[in-house]
Each structure stands twice: as structure tokens, then as C-alpha cells.
Design a protein around this ligand. Structure first.
Ligand code: HEC
Length: 151
């Protein structure tokens, strides 16, 4: 429940309105926050990916709704990798997140750009464009996970 209420606050813009440093009282809060945000992103992205892969019927409206949620949430976990958040709370973040901060930022930028394209594609309602953007976005998730997340 705690995870959901944090996420709900994020969606409402309450969390994003605060300066990044003020968001988390304890490192563990940041870890749980980013895990919760990624869980929600994966859930909504997964619904669109299922359509793109032909595992669920394509519905432009449902795709657009889910893409809009992904787009709103996309940057939230990226704000929660501050110093001291490398251990505990079952984190799967690798030390490389901090030791290769430039590489992590590059992976994050690629993902943000891909989600922006996905957002634009969602607004067109065009299956081919959504499918292509889902592929690029999914690749950006994997690209970061391969280097920066424990399997
Ligand atoms: C810039 C790097 C990066 C990008 C891009 C990224 N992730 Fe992650 N993701 C991580 C890291 C690091 C963790 C581990 C977080 C932790 O456990 O503290 C993670 C964790 C997760 C988790 C597990 C959450 C949990 O409950 O512990 C899911 C699910 C996930 N990511 C999905 C996605 C999806 C889907 C995308 C693309 C739409 C994505 N991620 C993009 C770095 C990234």
C-alpha cells in the first residue's frame, strides 16, 4: 500500500513538484520509490507491448491511455538513484550505476527519447508507428538493464 500511495502522489505531480533532494527522507525510500515506479511503467508498457506483439488485440484508445501513463511515469525512477541508494531494500541496481554515471545517463537519455517517440506514436493511433516505438522503447529498457541491473 505504501508503494502505491507514493506512486499515486507521483502521478498527481506532488512528488515531481519538489526538488529532487527533498523527495526522500531515507535512501531506502528512494530505492522503494524507483522499484515501484519501474513496476508501474512495466505494467502499462507491457499492455502496449502485448498489442504490438500481437498477443492482445490492438485497441488504439487503450494503447494511447497506457502510453500516456508510461510517459508520465517515465522519468520518475531516474530521480531516485542518488548517493547512498546502492544497497539494501533488495535493490537490483549494479554498482555500475554510480561508477559509470555517464553510461547510466546515456542509457537513461536513450530511454527518455524513446518514450517521447512512443508518446507521439500513441497520439497518432497508428499501429505501425506504435509497434516501431514499442520496439525502440523496449530496446532502451533492455539496454540499461543489461549493464546496470542484476538479472
Ligand atoms: C537508465 C536505466 C534503466 C532504464 C532505461 C530502465 N530501467 Fe528498469 N531498472 C533499472 C534499474 C537499475 C533497476 C533496479 C532498481 C532497484 O532494484 O533498485 C530497474 C528495475 C526494473 C524493474 C524491477 C522493479 C522492482 O520491482 O524491483 C522493472 C519491472 C523494470 N526495471 C522495468 C523497466 C522497463 C519496462 C523499462 C523501459 C520501459 C525500464 N525498466 C527502463 C534501470 C533501468
Amino acid at each position: 500500500m505504501k508503494k502505491m500511495s507514493l506512486a499515486a502522489a507521483a502521478v498527481a505531480g506532488l512528488v515531481t513538484a519538489l526538488p529532487a533532494a527533498a523527495q526522500f527522507q531515507k535512501p531506502g525510500d528512494a530505492i522503494e520509490y524507483r522499484q515501484s515506479a519501474f513496476t508501474l511503467i512495466a505494467s502499462h508498457f507491457g499492455r502496449v507491448a502485448a498489442m504490438a506483439q500481437g498477443k492482445a488485440p490492438f485497441d488504439a484508445k487503450v494503447a494511447a491511455e497506457n502510453i500516456a501513463i508510461v510517459s508520465t511515469l517515465a522519468k520518475l525512477p531516474l530521480t531516485a538513484f542518488g548517493p547512498g541508494t546502492d544497497k539494501g531494500h533488495g535493490t537490483e541496481a549494479k554498482a555500475a550505476v554510480w561508477s559509470d554515471a555517464a553510461g547510466f545517463k546515456a542509457a537513461a537519455d536513450k530511454y527518455v527519447a524513446a518514450v517521447e517517440k512512443l508518446d507521439a506514436a500513441g497520439k497518432t493511433g497508428d499501429f505501425a508507428q506504435i509497434k516501431a516505438a514499442v520496439g525502440e522503447t523496449g530496446g532502451s529498457c533492455k539496454g540499461c538493464h543489461d549493464k546496470f541491473k542484476e538479472k
